[in-house]
Design a protein around this ligand. Sequence first.
Ligand code: ADP
Ligand code: MG
Length: 148
Amino acid sequence: LDPVFTISGTVVKGFGRGSKELGIPTANVDADSLRHSIAEAVTGIYCGWASIGDSSEVYKMVMSIGWNPFYNNTEKTAEPWILHDFEQPFYGQEIRLLVCGYVRPEANFTSLEALVARIHKDGEVSKAALSHPQLQHYAAEAFLQPAA
Ligand code: ADP
Ligand code: MG
């Protein structure tokens, strides 16, 4: 399995827990798009690059792939937290994700506070990793650009 892989799909509504319970918005990608792109991906936290809709702007992102142990989810999900402050939600838009680093395996947390603290740390680790030239160069991949 290639350590670098891409996901593109439509941003759909999740349970709305990310922003409300954690203060961390995590976009949900439609299940049909995920089925072929992450079927073989090892669960855990990944980092990479993201772009949205008609915009050619590329952002750092940190993403969980898994069965979401904290909520006992039953479906495999990919939930990117884009490390950028957006003024508006982007439900219904296309999201393009280029995954280029594995941050850590999944973990269980005994409190919401511990989970939130770890996600913030994952974000810092990812930002730093993506700034290294070896991962930075993936930001220029044509895949991340909107179709002309
Ligand atoms: P949901 O359960 O529907 O995923 P969340 O509370 O997790 O709801 O919020 C995710 C939504 O917030 C995304 O679908 C997107 O439209 C919006 N959003 C705004 N800023 C971000 C961001 N930085 N990263 C990811 N999603 C964001
Ligand atoms: Mg979410």
